[in-house]
Ligand binder design. Structure first.
Ligand SMILES: Cc1ncc(COP(=O)(O)O)c(C=O)c1O
Length: 339
């Protein structure tokens, strides 16, 4: 995921093309067809390291929302696909790597709404298809492949023209679904949390999820994002741009903790590996290593450093687990390498 190239677009104009009521109707239809588990469960993690600091940690188990469209995928994609259908598009085209759960999620949700879907995959075609792409193809997605150099230009108008010549008109959904509609979808999560809390933590790839979560907070609450890419400070501008596109203004309710990338995207360190094993021993949950383990390593490190006020309740949003239905391919894809 070369997010440094800022491959997503912030398409503020989208909302004007389809009446809000029609979009809401399509979202309700999608939910009726696919039955997401919403609100997702909120589980307290009983851990002596939290108790020792007078803190509570709750896990927002968004990984349980839907087996093919978990967590932030559902929250960002449902409004986008509902919008596309309500606006009269019959085809949605999106981009992703060979193990992209975003691509699979678009295929499954698009099929439910009767949309034709095209997945533009980075790199060469490999047969047989891996389980993620096989699932996308099973749901009728047309897969096409772009060499890595062309893929880097995936936001260029020239490429869009070439793809339109090949596949006809389509609605283009940015990688990860991080656009104004996706951010609005993510903003619904905090309202699901019925217990009082002070800090909401999440991992960041594009920053679209954090942009939405932070905008959905109540007064006095704050959000902390943990970028999984090296040098994640660059995300701050993108998050503000996404919030402006979605809501007209950026909020100051969030911060980034950029010290927990563990060497960069899909890289690991002995500390992270130990943390994942220890967490599994203590809690029986094997954390997904590319995003969520880094975020929780960050949370526990900040707790040990006394960064959270005693008496605070922290909620950590978990979009995936390593032993969830989507995981083994992600771990294989990540190759989880030591820097
Ligand atoms: C499991 C998981 N958590 C977090 C994220 C980050 O979401 P965002 O790109 O909105 O920052 C992703 C993105 O792909 C993800 O797959």
């Amino acid at each position: 995921m070369a997010v440094r190239a800022r491959p997503w677009t912030v398409d503020n104009g989208l909302m004007d093309e389809a009446p809000a009521a029609a979009v809401r109707g399509e979202e309700a239809r999608l939910a009726e067809l696919l039955r997401p588990r919403l609100p997702s469960p909120l589980d307290e993690l009983v851990d002596d390291r939290m108790a020792a600091r007078g803190l509570r940690l709750l896990l927002k188990r968004d990984d349980l929302v839907h087996p093919d469209i978990p967590g932030n995928k559902w929250r960002k994609l449902a409004p986008n696909l509902a919008w596309a259908h309500a606006a009269g598009h019959d085809t949605v085209l999106t981009f992703g790597g060979a193990y992209s759960h975003h691509v699979r999620a678009v295929a499954v949700a698009g099929a439910a709404l009767g949309l034709r879907t095209v997945g533009v995959i980075r790199g060469e075609e490999h047969r047989p298809l891996n389980p993620v792409l096989a699932r996308a193809a099973e749901h009728g997605m047309h897969l096409t492949y772009l060499d890595r150099t062309s893929y880097r230009r995936r936001t260029s108008p020239d490429l869009a023209d070439r793809l339109r010549a090949a596949f006809g008109p389509f609605h283009l959904l940015p990688e990860g679904g991080s656009n104004a509609l996706g951010v609005r979808g993510a903003a619904g999560l905090p309202a699901e949390i019925t217990q009082p809390f002070d800090v909401l933590c999440c991992s960041c790839g594009t920053g679209g999820t954090l942009a939405g979560l932070a905008a959905g907070l109540r007064p006095g609450q704050r959000a902390v994002g943990f970028p999984v890419l090296r040098g994640g400070d660059f995300l701050a501008d993108d998050i503000r741009a996404l919030q402006r596109a979605a809501f007209g203004a950026a909020t100051t309710t969030w911060t980034l903790e950029c010290g927990f990338h563990c060497g960069g995207y899909a890289r690991t360190t002995p500390d992270l590996t130990r943390f994942i094993a220890d967490f599994a021993d203590r809690h029986g949950l094997t954390l997904e290593p590319v995003y969520e383990a880094k975020m929780l390593l960050g949370v526990f490190t900040l707790v040990a450093a006394g960064d959270f006020r005693p008496g605070s309740t922290i909620v950590a949003v978990v979009n995936a687990l390593a032993d969830g239905p989507q995981s083994s391919a992600r771990i294989a894809a990540a190759g989880v390498a030591t820097p």
